[in-house]
Design a protein around this ligand. Structure first.
Ligand code: C2E
Ligand code: MG
Ligand code: MG
Ligand code: MG
Length: 288
């Protein structure tokens, strides 16, 4: 459509543009083609109860294998997709694939929740159907209990200050889906949003998890985050746990869940199935 040929396209290329702008434009073209040809897949990373050692949920993480570039990190292409609107079709694809995989796990008798990352533009969806509507429809079609689904958002979304944002999030929560605050502590630090928005879980950013072991000041910060979370009746996930020392420390601080390479890297659904089927024995062996 004419809208798709907007200001992000080649037609505005001038020789004065530098190499990085050209690179970005090329990446955008590849990304458009990736959407058309469905070059994405999802990997899933376990989130583990620190109390029981059970994998209670998995986080869906998008992967893109471009024919020319190979694997491109979501850290690189998601911001571009947010900027040019491709996040909307990409996000719809993620939702569809994630619920398909979750319903397969449920059909195998594996009890599991799933967390899906959603960015602000996708939530408000300027050009299509609002995300809460998409979500309600997808949940129904896939026959998934809403309580099994978690939506991860970042602090920056709440800064957008769109009147729609609160409305969409409230509507998602109304469905029974919970909202999880991702990368907590890295964004804008007004804490009032924890009460204003319907948030159930805080994911403590990896940088805090790393630093808590390095110095006492950062350890105190994490302790304070946990205490604040608890007093607001929120649950806490520690992100990016890579060592046993980090697991032990964050557990002792009162975190409810852990996620990170120590427990498992993000994996394709097929590789994860046997691990999920093992229940808590997998983590018990790992931490023994
Ligand atoms: P995130 O949501 O904070 O996801 C966690 C990131 O940390 C993932 O990177 C994961 O692979 C990585 N990670 C997990 N454990 C460890 C660890 O122990 N050590 C280290 N070094 N890293 C760890 P990934 O998959 O590259 O994703 C990066 C970001 O891209 C995500 O951060 C999220 O913001 C975004 N993203 C990924 N998939 C999607 C998606 O489907 N939709 C949207 N909107 N954003 C997505
Ligand atoms: Mg996330
Ligand atoms: Mg995160
Ligand atoms: Mg992160």
């Amino acid at each position: 459509s004419a809208k798709d040929n907007g200001r992000d396209n080649y037609q505005y290329f001038t020789p004065s543009m530098n190499a990085s702008m050209l690179e970005r434009l090329q990446l955008e073209q590849h990304l458009r083609s990736a959407v058309l040809h469905q070059e994405f897949c999802l990997h899933y990373q376990p989130i583990v109860s620190m109390e029981t050692g059970q994998i209670t949920s998995v986080e869906a993480l998008i992967r893109w294998n471009d024919p020319e570039y190979g694997w491109v990190s979501p850290e690189k292409f998601i911001p571009i997709a947010e900027n040019n609107g491709l996040i909307e079709p990409i996000g719809e694809w993620v939702l569809e694939q994630a619920l398909k995989d979750l319903s397969h796990w449920h059909a195998k008798g594996i009890k599991l929740d799933m967390a899906i990352n959603v960015s602000s533009r996708q939530c408000i969806n300027v050009s299509g159907v609002r995300f809460d509507t998409l979500l309600a429809d997808a949940i129904k079609r896939h026959g998934i209990a809403a309580e099994r689904l978690h939506i991860e958002i970042t602090e920056s979304m709440l800064l957008d200050d769109s009147p729609h944002c609160l409305e969409v999030l409230n509507s998602i929560r109304q469905l029974g889906v919970t909202i999880h605050m991702d990368d907590f502590g890295t964004g804008f630090s007004s804490l009032s949003y924890l009460r204003k928005f319907p948030i159930s879980v805080i994911k403590i950013d990896k940088s805090f998890v790393d630093n808590a072991l390095v110095n006492e000041a950062d350890a105190s910060l994490v302790r304070a985050i946990v205490m604040m979370g608890k007093s607001l009746d929120l649950q806490l996930v520690a992100e990016g746990i890579e060592t046993r020392a980090q697991w032990i420390l964050l557990k002792s601080m009162g975190c409810d869940f852990g996620q990170g390479y120590l427990l498992s890297r993000p994996l394709p659904a097929k590789s994860l199935t046997p691990i999920l089927a093992q229940g808590e024995t997998f983590i018990r062996q790992l931490l023994a």
